[in-house]
Write a protein that binds this ligand. Structure first.
Ligand code: CAA
Length: 249
């Protein structure tokens, strides 16, 4: 068996970096997909930082909201690695928080497009080669706020809840061909996205977490690596909650 090839969208971000490292630790060839507003230098600097810390991770530009850009990204990865993608982690996502009454169509649309339409674009491009190989792992990163809703996040909660519907439907379609599809739903993890929340609001949120702290990105990365492993062929259509007990379903 050749080395597994994994693509992590949003791979240079907070949780994305930890996922890339965990998959590299598991022996995979890892590609971090990035958009970064087209800032290729920023992605190269991230790659160099990983290298200095002992991780050889490839980078590939792709705008997950744009079908043609996703296609170019996948083609680039296939050329770089000489093979098709075995593991896709749909991790790229954004927030545009605001109460619903103040929310603009742009805030709604940007979040739905980046967090949900992205699943369609990226997964469509990798699913056929996975089915032909009789092996594939698709892991979609959702959120505790899909499960419980969150004040100020009608857009994000809707998109992230949609992700798990997508997971369950696709899981049924591809299960017989060795392809598993799962959701991971992180709670509040210490990343730049969570750091944007006003401190007084964040303090109140932390009080609602039984474990009493924010999550660590590595705690998400290790769970994704398990779901991505060859050993994990009997887990599909599941939603893996990692939220310090903030929401129990
Ligand atoms: N429940 C009920 N009422 C609330 C509330 C809550 N959770 N939070 C605030 N309110 C009330 C306020 O007390 C205020 O009431 P009054 O008008 O009577 O004073 C009113 O609602 C308006 O609230 P704000 O003043 O906060 O309104 P704002 O427009 O300034 O801010 C907000 C709204 C941007 C949504 C802000 O509350 C916020 O940032 N909330 C955090 C949202 C959040 O958790 N985002 C998660 C980002 S990280 C992420 O998404 C990763 C992940 O997957 C977990």
């Amino acid at each position: 068996m050749s080395q597994r090839i994994a693509l992590v969208t949003g791979g240079t971000g907070g949780i994305g970096t930890a996922i890339c490292r965990a998959l590299a630790d598991a022996g995979m060839t890892v590609v971090a997909g990035y958009n970064a507003g087209g800032n290729h230098d920023k992605a190269k600097a991230w790659q160099e930082q990983q290298r200095q810390e002992g991780y050889e991770i490839l980078v590939a530009y792709g705008d997950v909201t744009d079908e043609a850009s996703c296609a170019a990204c996948i083609k680039n990865i296939e050329e770089m690695t000489g093979d098709t993608i075995d593991v896709l982690v749909n991790n790229a996502g954004i927030t545009r928080d605001g109460t619903f009454r103040k929310m603009t169509w742009d805030q709604w649309n940007q979040v739905l497009t980046a967090n949900l339409d992205s699943m369609f674009h990226m997964t469509r491009l990798v699913i056929n080669p996975m089915l032909e190989k009789n092996f594939g792992r698709i892991i979609n990163i959702s959120s505790v706020n899909a499960q419980k809703g969150q004040f100020g996040q009608c857009n994000y909660s809707a998109a992230k809840a949609g992700i798990h519907g997508f997971t369950k439907a696709l899981a049924q379609e591809v299960a017989a061909k060795g392809v598993t599809v799962n959701t991971v739903s992180p709670g509040y993890v210490l990343t730049p996205m969570v750091a944007k929340i006003p401190q007084d609001v964040l303090d109140k949120i932390i009080k609602q977490i039984p474990v009493g702290r924010l999550g660590k990105p590595e705690e998400i990365g290790k769970a994704v690596a398990y779901l991505a492993s060859d050993d994990c062929g009997y887990v599909t259509g599941s939603d893996f909650s990692i939220n310090g007990g903030q929401h129990m379903s």
